[in-house]
Unconditional design. Structure first.
Length: 76
């Protein structure tokens, strides 16, 4: 239950974010994925959900970005 509240709040935060800042959010998520795979080789991982949550965050950002593009096209 607590995870759904975190997810909803994160979605609200992403929607409030300016579109140019999405690049930084995506880079951060990709960095977490890369770091997970890099660290997986040398030490056991505690949080194996890192990759899944990072991929979902990237998908959310890209979805919001596309929604904004479609809304801008609809205005024209």
């Amino acid at each position: 239950m607590a995870d759904s509240k975190k997810t909803k709040q994160r979605l609200i935060d992403l929607r409030a974010t300016e579109t140019p800042a999405f690049g930084a959010v995506i880079r951060d998520a990709e960095k977490r994925i890369y770091q997970f795979h890099k660290d997986k080789v040398s030490k056991p991982q505690q949080d194996v959900k890192v990759v899944r949550t990072a991929r979902k965050e990237i998908a959310r950002v890209l979805t919001i970005k596309r929604e904004r593009e479609l809304a801008a096209e609809a205005k024209n």
